[in-house]
Design a binder for this molecule. Structure first.
Ligand SMILES: *Cc1c(COP(=O)(O)O)cnc(C)c1O
Length: 430
């Protein structure tokens, strides 16, 4: 697989290099030089295929020249060993539940695949690396869980102090072993900026063997395209045009969906749903891309003011705003609307949304309101129990909390507090 930098298409690397580098030295993002087309037979078979089978076919199309097929098959079977139900919420609307993995959020898909791919290459080379990752909540726990105990890999996770849920914080700070949690006295954007700066310091980056696990890493995007195929396969029997709504922050999940569409999956339209951090919906409306400081909301995993995958979205549409707007519509909702959706959908449909899924539900319902002959699926990106404080305060009833999550609450937090300064991170790394 060949990849180029969005800032310089002369800069080319293979998958292994992009996997470990994370970011190109020119501050662009790695993009596949070519997105493989999957054969018609594959799409016809989709309703009968399991998720690991779909994962194997898709990842093989990208990676067969660098990872032996047999290894890829093992990775897919092992990484995607949990359920991904498609649940009918109301007549035209389905939820794609991506939260049945070990950390109860969709980021398990990317992190588990990436950890196993890295494990394969490191075992071959015998090298050691240090993974640096900024999280607004769920990335960190998925990475901590995905990489826990993987040999030759050290992981440091930066999270904004006081800005992740208590449960998320416990998931980040209780893993132990090769995982360290850095509690940054600042925002998620600070964490992201510090990580970027560390990577751009080439000397430091090489000395420490720095590598990234954020949604900027291409190894997270490939597995994030899989469940779009799966959802399509599950809903094909409805025989209606399928729209997909993605609650978005850094837009890695949506970019995965765009990859799936490019591979030939007949998704009719994408709906990008955000909270008040509506940088991309604003861009879709006006053609002006204006990142700004993030605002805190109850769907905090989407509190992103400078979405890191935007460059990739632009690249997929050749920087053509018109082309992007014909494939993707943007919607934004505030916390009041989000809370109201959680209340109403529980009351009428008996379905408990988490705050992120609620934003997705709202956008999809809006989009479908004048399209009676189409259907849609929104990505339910986290288990409601992960945000049980907000859910309970909103609907007046505590969601059922899975036992493994309850157990983690009793564990003792271990974190290292650092100021929101690049220098502090560099000192820690040295
Ligand atoms: C990370 C996350 C999102 C946003 O996904 P992006 O790929 O960053 O757009 C949405 N919901 C939850 C629960 C998340 O953890």
């Amino acid at each position: 697989m060949k990849l180029y930098s969005t800032k310089n298409n002369q800069h080319q690397v293979n998958f292994e290099q992009a996997l470990f580098k994370g970011l190109p030295p020119d501050n662009g993002l790695y993009m596949p030089s070519e997105i493989p087309q999957l054969p018609a037979t594959f799409f016809a078979q989709l309703p009968e295929l399991t998720l690991p089978q779909i994962a194997f076919e898709v990842s093989k199309a990208f990676l067969a020249d660098e990872i032996p097929e047999q290894v890829l098959e093992e990775i897919c079977n092992d990484a995607f060993n949990f359920d991904v139900p498609v649940v009918k919420v109301e007549e035209q609307i389905h939820a794609l539940e991506l939260f049945h993995g070990p950390t109860y959020a969709f980021k398990d898909f990317g992190a588990r695949f990436m950890a196993r791919a890295m494990g394969y290459f490191l075992k071959k080379s015998g090298e050691q690396i240090h993974i640096l990752v900024a999280t607004s909540g769920d990335t960190g726990s998925a990475v901590a869980h995905g990489f826990l105990g993987v040999e030759n890999i050290k992981v440091s996770i930066l999270y904004p102090s006081g800005k992740v849920s208590p449960l998320q914080e416990k998931q980040l700070t209780t893993a132990g072993q090769n995982i360290t949690a850095l509690e940054v006295e600042g925002t998620f954007d600070d964490c992201q900026r510090m990580v970027k700066a560390a990577f751009l310091d080439q000397e430091l980056s090489e000395k420490c063997g720095l590598s990234s696990a954020n949604s900027i890493n291409i190894a997270r995007l490939i597995p994030q395209s899989l469940y779009y195929f799966w959802a399509y396969g599950q809903l094909q029997k409805e025989g209606k045009p399928l729209n997909v709504c993605v609650p978005s922050g850094n837009f890695g999940n949506l970019t995965g969906g765009l990859f799936a569409q490019k591979m030939g999956l007949p998704i009719k339209h994408f709906i990008a749903a955000t909270n008040l951090n509506d940088i991309v919906p604003q861009y879709l409306k006006s053609g002006n891309y204006q990142p700004r400081p993030s605002i805190a909301t109850i769907s905090n995993a989407m509190d992103v003011g400078a979405p890191s995958n935007f460059q990739r979205m632009e690249a997929l549409f050749n920087k053509d705003w018109k082309a992007m707007t014909s494939a993707v519509s943007g919607y934004a909702f505030d916390d009041d609307a989000t809370r109201q959706a959680m209340v109403e959908v529980l009351k009428h449909q008996k379905y408990q949304l988490d705050p992120h899924g609620a934003v997705g539900y709202l956008a999809l319902a809006d989009y479908l309101s004048d399209r009676p002959d189409e259907i849609g699926v929104f990505l339910e990106t986290a288990h409601p129990a992960k945000f049980h404080e907000v859910v309970t305060a909103t609907v007046g009833k505590q969601p059922e909390i899975p036992t493994p999550l309850l157990q983690i609450l009793d564990k003792e937090k271990h974190s290292l507090k650092i100021p929101a300064e690049t220098e502090a991170l560099k000192k820690y790394l040295q």
